[in-house]
Write a protein that binds this ligand. Structure first.
Ligand SMILES: *Cc1c(COP(=O)(O)O)cnc(C)c1O
Length: 356
């Protein structure tokens, strides 16, 4: 059987290094807030191209903490609005409502499945404070139009980079300078990462990170993630306990070295699928019409290879019978979840088409 995701096989490649790292952590007797975390935070900040990376407990917390820090800074307050794609994984939205902020659901582009940037402006109100972009399925969601709208209305842009670590944004204008070519996680004002085992950079358990160039935000996220404390037993903020363990930091430091190679392998596989799946009933993912270029398109790291088809359940069953496991990402959109009952009556046709 071809598994949807074989975590055993993925991690077996690095087993010797991972075991050695685990032994070192066990022998050190130091499990939190140590040198392995600092080293990984440094490596991650350098890799992404930002001043600060802060390890936290998971991806949801990374996003929650960014918003909490902005509230602490006075950038936003309870009841303010955050624009978010309606078809995201629910964690993006949970981070917003957990902070008593109001998610404003905006439809995605039916081709890319990413936030339709052209719809953002008409959802802006006097209470809008931020746009949360989600680089869904591994594909960067960014554009000059997004930057200019955010600038015009003085909005923060928060990247949910849980699915796209390693992706590179290249502006569409001709001959961009070296400094305009950036990794996801360095494009907005702050970014949340998830190292859930199934993500492109997966820990052997839960963990996440926040990246930013904003010194004050970085200071606050770090403090709030550690009981609101910068000095032991001195608490400046009402914080949480959301830290990245030494053992996970050690594992992630090892796996980060191989991330670019893993992402390139994903591109090769995506290219193979696009070149070899030829069926009028199957809609291939967006860049498939530029077949030969997938391998070189750094703006996509293929966290998932998403197809659409009218006979989804039948196709899934057929593939299962032939030893190919597939999953639906995602079967129920956030606004149809019981967790958000007050949204259950609204209609978001594009989102429902994708999820439906
Ligand atoms: C995985 C994911 C998260 C949450 O990350 P966890 O580490 O599972 O908390 C947030 N947003 C998106 C888009 C994700 O895919």
């Amino acid at each position: 059987m071809i598994k949807f995701l074989d975590l055993q096989k993925i991690n077996a490649q690095y087993a010797i290094e991972l075991r050695q790292a685990a032994n070192e952590v066990i022998d050190s007797g130091w499990f939190l807030q140590g040198e392995r975390l600092s080293r990984f935070e440094n490596d991650l900040a350098n890799y992404i191209g930002v001043k600060h990376a802060i390890g936290v407990a998971n991806g949801l917390d990374a996003l929650r903490l960014i918003l909490k820090a902005y509230i602490e800074m006075g950038v936003m307050q309870e009841g303010d609005e955050v624009i978010v794609p309606a078809n995201t994984y629910i964690a993006s939205i949970l981070a917003i409502t957990d902070n008593r902020l109001k998610p404003v659901l905006v439809e995605p582009d039916i081709n890319t499945y990413n936030l339709d940037i052209s719809l953002v402006q008409k959802h802006i109100t006097p209470r809008t404070r931020a746009i949360m972009v989600v680089h869904l399925y591994g594909q960067i969601c960014w554009g000059e139009e997004l930057e200019s709208v955010a600038q015009r209305y003085n909005l923060k842009i928060i990247e949910d980079n849980a699915q796209a670590i390693g992706a590179v944004y290249q502006p569409s204008y001709p001959e961009p300078s070296e400094s305009d070519i950036k990794r996801s996680g360095s494009l907005g004002n702050a970014a949340g990462f998830s190292f859930y085992p199934g993500k492109n950079l997966g820990a052997l358990g839960d963990s996440g990170a926040v990246t930013t160039n904003d010194d004050e935000l970085a200071h606050l996220v770090r403090a709030i993630a550690n009981y609101g404390s910068t000095k032991k037993y001195v608490n400046d903020y009402q914080g949480l306990n959301s830290r990245l363990d030494e053992i996970q930091a050690a594992f992630l430091g090892i796996k980060l070295k191989y991330l670019d190679a893993e992402n390139q392998r994903r591109r090769e596989i995506a290219q193979y699928y696009c070149e070899n799946i030829s069926n009028s009933k199957i809609l291939l993912p967006y860049p498939a019409n530029q077949k030969s270029e997938i391998r070189n398109q750094k703006s996509h790291v293929w966290h998932l290879f998403i197809i659409r088809t009218a006979n989804r359940d039948k196709l899934q069953q057929y593939l299962a019978e032939h030893g190919v496991q597939t999953l639906i990402h995602y079967p129920i959109p956030p606004h149809k979840q019981l967790a958000y009952k007050h949204w259950n009556g609204i209609t978001l046709p594009v989102t429902e088409k994708i999820h439906g």
